[in-house]
Design a protein around this ligand. Structure first.
Ligand SMILES: [Fe+2]
Length: 243
């Protein structure tokens, strides 16, 4: 599958522009510095991006590329693609009546939310290592759940500390105006990043998060790979012994 750019209508372009302009404004003082830098690197504008151009940027910076999918895909395929430095993204865009809420991720979420930081080497290597763990332990349902929790509380809904301030790097927040403001408010709880806790913390997909985990830097994610591998191995061995 590939992006067929000529299929986007003037209405699609209008919707992208509304979403883009709104988020850019909101994110100036709430997104991670690394994300804003990556956004400039990738060169997004208020017109729908061309995946061929994004792929050139990704390949050049971290050797990643976008793999077009029709929508949500099976978790084993998702892990495998990540382990091959391929990010699965859809090409359809939400309608004008769905500007604020979507059940399935569209291209604004996938591309605007996820793709910029894939140009960051620490983030890109963490995603690949995460995918490789998924491929390795896919036969253990509990391991898959632990990895899904980790993805949720980092790549999708992660927060980061910067000069004493808390900022956003998770794509699920970056692409949602409501969660952008809410996540940094004093309503949800903020906890320090801790792999063991995250592995055991369930999430809900149908409401704003009650808690978020805050990393100290993107390098911290990269540095957690070794611990992630060790913990996955230990826990899967323990599961085997019990069964
Ligand atoms: Fe996502």
């Amino acid at each position: 599958m590939e992006q067929v750019y000529s299929r986007y209508t003037p209405q699609d372009q209008k919707i992208w522009k509304i979403l883009f302009d709104r988020q850019i404004k909101l994110l100036q003082h709430s997104a991670a510095r690394e994300y804003l830098k990556a956004l400039r690197t990738i060169g997004f504008s208020d017109t729908i991006p061309r995946y061929t151009e994004l792929n050139q940027q990704l390949t050049q910076h971290t050797g990643w590329s976008i793999h077009v999918v029709p929508g949500l895909i099976e978790v084993d395929k998702f892990f495998k693609l990540l382990s091959q430095r391929k990010f699965s993204a859809s090409t359809w865009l939400r309608g004008i009546d769905q500007l604020d809420y979507l059940q399935e991720p569209d291209m604004f979420h996938d591309i605007f939310g996820h793709v910029p930081l894939i140009t960051n080497p620490f983030y890109a290597d963490f995603m690949q290592a995460f995918g490789a763990m998924g491929v390795k332990y896919y036969q253990y349902p509990q391991a898959v759940k632990m990895l899904q929790n980790l993805y949720w509380y980092t790549i999708e809904f992660g927060l980061i500390k910067e000069n004493g301030n808390t900022r956003i790097y998770g794509a699920g927040i970056l692409s949602s105006p409501e969660e952008t403001a809410y996540s940094l408010s004093d309503k949800p709880k903020h906890y320090p990043f801790d792999l063991a806790t995250i592995f055991d913390t369930d999430f809900y997909i149908d409401r704003l998060q009650e808690h978020y985990f805050v990393i100290e830097s993107l390098e911290q994610l990269f540095n957690s790979i070794e611990e992630m591998e060790k913990m996955m191995e230990e826990r899967c061995k323990a599961m085997e012994t019990r069964s």
